[in-house]
Write a protein that binds this ligand. Structure first.
Ligand code: AMP
Ligand code: MG
Length: 325
C-alpha cells in the first residue's frame, strides 16, 4: 500500500502528522515555558506552534472544511504573555518562514471552527503532561463526515512499536473501510496495524492514563481483578495508548467517566478509528458506539472502552457485573 492510494484526505493527514511529529520532537525541549489554562491543564509553545502549522496547511489544502481544535490564540494575544508569542513565532518559522505574526495567530484561531457536516478535529499536543514529564505525547487529526470518523492520523514523536521495530516515531493512520497502518516519519513506508489475538483474561494488558486526575486507579484494579488480568497495566499518556491497542501491544484500553467531564472529540476520534480499522472494537462503558455527531464533546457517551474485539464483552461485564452474559 502506498499513501497516494488512500485518497487526498488520508495522504494530507498522514503527511501533516509526520511533519507535526518531527516539529514537536525538535522543539519539545522548549516546552518548559508552560501556561496553565482556565481548567488548570498545561499548554506550551509546542501546542501553539503545532496548531498554527497544521491549521495553516490544512486550510491551504481544504479551505472549505472547518477545523475544531483544542487551542486558541487568546493567551498569545494577552499582553501578560511575555515572550510566549515570539517563541511560538520562532518555532513556526523553522518550518514556515514566510508566515507573519498575524497569519500565525489567525491559523491558531481558525481552530475555533464549529463542527459541521464535514470538518476536521485536531489536538495539537495530546498528552501535554506526558511531553513535560518525558513520557508519551501525540498530535492527533481526524476527519469527521456526518458524525462518522472517516480518516484518523496520529503523529507519535516518541513511540516505538516492538513488533514493527525501526526508529522511534511514526504516524498511525486509518481510513474507514480500508484499514490502519504505521507510517514512517518520512511517509514512505506503510505497514498494516492489527490488534492482538489475546483472549485469555490472565494475560490481558490493560492500557490506562498515567495522570491520576484522568483515571481511577481503584476502579482500574477492581476491573483487572474482575477480568482476571495478572499482568501489570500499561500506563501511558495520550492516544499513544490507542496506537498500542491497534498495534497489538496492549489488548484493552479504558477511560472511566468522571463527574462533570465529557471526552473531547479530538482526544478520541483518530484513536477510535485506528483501533476499529485494526480489527478492534470501541464503545463507551455501556457498550454504545461513540457518537461524534454531538459537537466538541462526546456528550452521549460515558467513558471509553477499547479492545482487540475478542475481549470486549468480557471487559464490559468486568466493568458492569450486572451486564447479562
Ligand atoms: P490521557 O493522557 O489519556 O490521560 O489523556 C489526555 C487527555 O485527557 C488530555 O488531552 C485532556 O484533554 C484530557 N482530559 C483533561 N481532563 C480530563 C479529565 N478530568 N478526565 C479525563 N480526561 C481528561
Ligand atoms: Mg488531548
Amino acid at each position: 500500500m502506498r499513501l497516494n492510494e488512500l485518497g487526498d484526505e488520508a495522504e494530507t493527514a498522514a503527511r501533516l502528522m509526520a511533519d507535526a511529529a518531527r516539529l514537536a520532537r525538535r522543539i519539545q525541549v522548549e516546552a518548559g515555558s508552560v501556561r496553565a489554562k482556565a481548567d488548570e491543564s498545561p499548554v506550551t509553545i509546542v501546542d501553539f506552534a503545532v496548531q498554527a502549522v497544521v491549521s495553516h496547511r490544512l486550510a491551504a489544502r481544504f479551505p472549505d472544511d472547518p477545523l475544531v481544535a483544542e487551542e486558541d490564540a487568546a493567551a498569545l494575544k494577552d499582553p501578560a504573555a511575555g515572550t510566549l508569542l515570539s517563541r511560538v513565532v520562532d518555532a513556526v518559522h523553522t518550518v514556515a518562514p514566510g508566515l507573519t505574526v498575524d497569519a500565525i495567530l489567525d491559523a491558531i484561531d481558525r481552530g475555533r471552527g464549529d463542527p459541521a457536516a464535514r470538518f476536521w478535529t485536531l489536538d495539537p499536543i495530546d498528552g501535554t503532561k506526558g511531553l513535560l514529564r518525558g513520557g508519551q505525547y501525540v498530535v492527533a487529526l481526524a476527519l469527521i463526515v456526518k458524525g462518522e470518523v472517516q480518516v484518523g492520523a496520529i503523529g507519535c514523536p516518541r513511540l516505538s512499536l516492538t513488533a514493527i521495530g525501526g526508529p522511534e516515531g511514526g504516524v498511525a493512520l486509518a481510513v474507514r473501510g480500508r484499514g490502519s497502518w504505521w507510517v514512517s516519519l518520512d511517509a514512505d513506508e506503510l505497514l498494516p496495524l492489527g490488534v492482538s489475538t489475546v483472549s485469555d483474561a490472565a494475560g490481558v494488558r490493560v492500557a490506562h492514563s498515567v495522570e491520576e486526575s484522568h483515571s481511577d486507579r481503584g476502579r482500574l484494579e477492581a476491573m483487572r481483578t474482575a477480568l482476571g488480568s495478572q499482568v501489570s497495566p500499561v500506563l501511558m499518556d495520550s492516544q499513544a495508548k490507542h496506537v498500542m491497542v491497534a498495534a497489538g501491544e496492549a489488548d484493552v484500553l479504558v477511560r472511566f467517566p468522571r463527574d462533570g467531564y465529557r471526552e473531547a472529540i479530538w482526544d478520541q476520534a483518530a484513536g477510535a478509528l485506528i483501533i476499529e480499522e485494526a480489527g478492534g472494537r470501541v464503545t463507551d462503558l455501556a457498550g454504545r458506539r461513540l457518537d461524534f455527531s454531538t459537537g466538541r464533546r462526546l456528550v452521549r457517551n460515558d467513558g471509553l472502552v477499547a479492545s482487540n474485539g475478542r475481549l470486549h464483552e468480557a471487559l464490559l461485564r468486568a466493568l458492569s457485573p450486572q451486564r447479562p452474559a
